[in-house]
Design a protein around this ligand. Structure first.
Ligand code: MN
Length: 731
């Protein structure tokens, strides 16, 4: 036993016992010992031992009449977050119920810090926080302990740096006081408000305090007269009642002045008299007595007994014209209603009495509030809030690290995994909820701690079945995108293989070509953004790989000036300057086949070469050291000897010039036309000037002038081309 804190210990125990006369103190004693030893050596910012804080919180909780588990949890509420104590320790020493309550309070703090980190505007943050606190606190005792925690903290704001004190005060006014109001805990509410008010607006607070002090004697005198008159009248009517005046609270005066634009005197002149009787019958009898002596103000009578307010508040309110013609606000209620009005939902535990079943499973406490007041149209703020919470489309879950994640109702561990990070989702293989392995199809509940087990596989793939399992849009779109990316990847691989095959058939090696600028050119001529898109289009069967290979070949001939020789072209009429191709090739024993130089190795005169009989495009000629030759040699029957010859072969090189409006695909169209017309491009030069006029000049190999004229006419018909003529050299 730590004798040092025995006075405080006894204060808490007696506060508890006064509301639970048959209660047992051992749980509270054990919790007290654990809290003292856990916080041993820790100090508050005020310099006091830290233990004074949980003691203060527990005292508030006990005074509200909560059960011994709540008092014990209040004593230990900071031990898990701030000390070495674990939830397991708490479960072992104080039982699972206390541990659960402490865990709940700890989680509320995490909700708070994660909302604080979010990028929402301040006002939305307060609303979000309020909602989340209610949603996460599955047990209302957790919220009550939290409110008592906050109440104790706002009691020592003056020792904090001003900015921090103001931040906490503002948060208390925006979040915690409204929560207390929602729970019907008016006593806690006004204490939170007045303490925060003092820290947030010290000058205004002082002003209200001094106004109250200066007007109080006169007001007190009038209150006393009214109280005496009412007491006497009730006594004469045979009703036993407690009658007293009601205090006004600083924050409520201030907020009425600012929000309802009233003067201090208008508010302060109103005096309130409270009548507390034994039962409901006496409430109505008292009302009759009061109305008989003071005329009621029309329209100011409210029966919250027949129709309670949404937070379980019950009373009869009436405004009457009292002594000296002054307006008096009357409140009439039973003792039980009075307790409820002061401590709100907390009164629940006092009514049960000791020995009643613990209320740990009370997830429906909000529902109960709502059921009772479903028909109540309260212009006040929180019915809508309560409804929203209950109909919430979200649950709030925690990562093992304590971050909280709000996620759609019905969400499963997979949704949670994708909400954490897309990669976590893709690599999910299992999940633990609250430390227990569960199927990925488990529906998550608010307050669950979710741990995702991930595989170590590189570049993991979601299972297609997951699409029907998840409920969040984020998870669904991530899975779909990943699967599509994989399908694209497969199409692209297929396309790559098909194009490689087509290129081989064209006697072109795929190796360098698949990354070439020319292939990009082919892609853009098909209005595809890049080579990858082209490969996917081939793989998906939208584009014929053979056509691509042919286009590629054409472009390569343009850009690399590959010469294509027509060994057996007929002799032609020749212009003065046409040049006979001198270089030639001879394939042993094969006269009728076209020979062409392979693009992969671009053989030149003098190189050692070999020929390969293609399917349908004659003989391709490769350098002996070409990388493709070993592959070609697998089909020995198609391989033939080829030699360079110095014998003249009859075809002509002609230069033509083309002018046109530059557009994408113009080059491709021209080269295709040339090829389609049976001519070959020997070389070309392309210039585009500032006016977007394309000047292209080609050295073309063709048979004769007729052939040339037909080609020029055809080129002029290409969109954008407005001039095609024989080059100046050839004029
Ligand atoms: Mn605390």
């Amino acid at each position: 036993m730590n004798g040092l804190w025995d006075t405080e210990r006894e204060n808490i125990v007696s506060a508890y016992l006064s509301r639970h006369p048959n209660g047992r103190r051992d749980l509270i004693d054990n919790a007290f010992d654990l809290a003292v030893s856990s916080h041993q050596g820790q100090m508050r910012q005020s310099g006091e031992p830290y233990i004074t804080h949980p003691i203060g919180v527990a005292l508030n909780v006990a005074r509200l009449g909560l059960d011994k588990e709540s008092v014990a949890a209040a004593l230990c509420h900071d031990t898990v977050e701030d000390c070495d104590t674990t939830l397991e320790d708490l479960t072992r020493l104080l039982g699972p119920e206390v541990a659960r309550l402490v865990d709940g309070v700890t989680k509320l703090d995490r909700v708070k810090s994660s909302v604080a980190k979010s990028k929402q505007p301040a006002e939305a943050k307060a609303a979000t926080l309020r909602k989340l606190l209610v949603a996460v606190a599955a047990d209302v005792r957790v919220l009550i302990i939290k409110l008592c925690d906050r109440l104790h903290n706002v009691g020592s704001l003056d020792i904090l740096p001003e900015a921090k004190a103001k931040r906490i005060a503002a948060e208390t006014l925006e979040v915690y006081a409204p929560l207390a109001h929602r729970l019907g805990m008016s006593e806690i509410k006004w204490q939170l408000e007045d303490k925060s008010f003092a820290a947030l607006h010290p000058e205004r607070y002082q002003e209200i305090v001094s106004l109250v002090a200066s007007r109080s004697p006169e007001r007190d005198r009038r209150v006393a007269i009214a109280v005496d008159q009412v007491k006497k009248a009730l006594h004469d009517a045979g009703i036993s009642a407690e009658v007293d005046g009601r205090a006004k609270h600083y924050w409520s005066i201030y907020s009425k002045m600012t929000r309802r634009n009233k003067t201090f005197d208008e508010i302060f002149d109103l005096i309130g008299v409270r009548i507390i009787v034994e039962d409901i019958k006496d409430c109505y009898l008292s009302l009759g007595v009061a109305h008989a002596m003071y005329p009621p103000v029309p329209g100011r009578f409210k029966d919250y007994i027949a129709q309670p307010k949404f937070n379980s508040y019950a009373a009869i309110h009436s405004t009457v014209v009292g002594p000296e013609g002054r307006v008096v606000e009357l409140q009439i209620r039973t003792a039980a209603m009075h307790l409820r009005a002061e401590v709100g939902i907390a009164a629940h535990w006092s009514y049960k009495g000791e020995g009643a079943a613990p209320t740990k499973e009370e997830p429906s406490w909000l529902t109960r509030l709502l059921d009772v007041h479903a028909e109540t149209e309260d212009p006040d703020d929180f019915l809508a809030g309560v409804r929203e919470d209950l109909a919430s489309e979200e649950v709030v879950c925690f990562t093992p690290g304590g971050d909280c994640i709000a996620i759609s109702l019905g969400a499963k561990p997979l949704d949670f995994a994708y909400a954490v990070h897309t990669q976590v989702g893709h690599s999910a293989v299992g999940a633990k909820v609250n430390g227990r392995l569960v199927p990925l199809s488990t529906v998550l509940k608010t307050g669950d701690t979710v741990e995702i087990i991930t595989s170590k596989v590189e570049d993991p793939m979601p299972h297609p079945d997951w699409l029907s399992l998840v409920v969040t849009a984020k998870a669904r779109s991530s899975i779909r995108a990943r699967l599509q990316r994989d399908a694209k990847h497969e199409s692209s691989e297929n396309g790559r293989q098909e194009l490689a095959r087509a290129l081989r058939n064209e006697n072109m090696a795929s190796a360098g070509l698949l990354e070439s600028a020319e292939l990009t050119g082919v892609a853009s001529s098909l209005s595809l953004p890049d080579t990858e898109a082209l490969l996917i289009a081939i793989g998906e069967g939208h584009v014929d790989p053979k056509a691509v290979a042919e286009k590629l070949r054409t472009l390569l001939e343009v850009s690399q000036g590959v010469r294509v020789i027509l060994p057996d072209a007929p002799p032609t009429a020749r212009s003065r300057r046409s040049r006979v191709v001198n270089e030639g090739l001879h394939a042993e024993g094969i006269a009728d086949l076209q020979l062409h130089l392979a693009a992969c190795c671009s053989p030149g005169p003098g190189d050692d070469v070999m020929g390969y009989i293609t399917r349908g495009r004659g003989v391709s000629v490769h350098r002996d050291d070409c990388l493709n030759v070993p592959i070609l040699l697998r089909e020995k029957a198609r391989c033939i000897d080829v030699e360079w010859t110095h014998q003249s072969k009859g075809s002509y090189l002609v230069e033509i010039e083309i002018e046109g409006i530059d557009r994408s695909g113009l080059l491709a169209d021209v080269t295709r036309m040339v090829t389609d017309m049976g001519a070959n491009i020997h070389s070309c030069k392309i210039v585009t000037d500032a006016d977007l006029v394309a000047h292209q000049s080609y050295e073309i190999e063709l048979a004769d002038t007729d052939h040339l004229n037909r080609l020029l006419r055809a080129i002029r018909n290409i969109d954008g081309v407005y001039e095609a003529r024989r080059g100046a050299d050839d004029a």
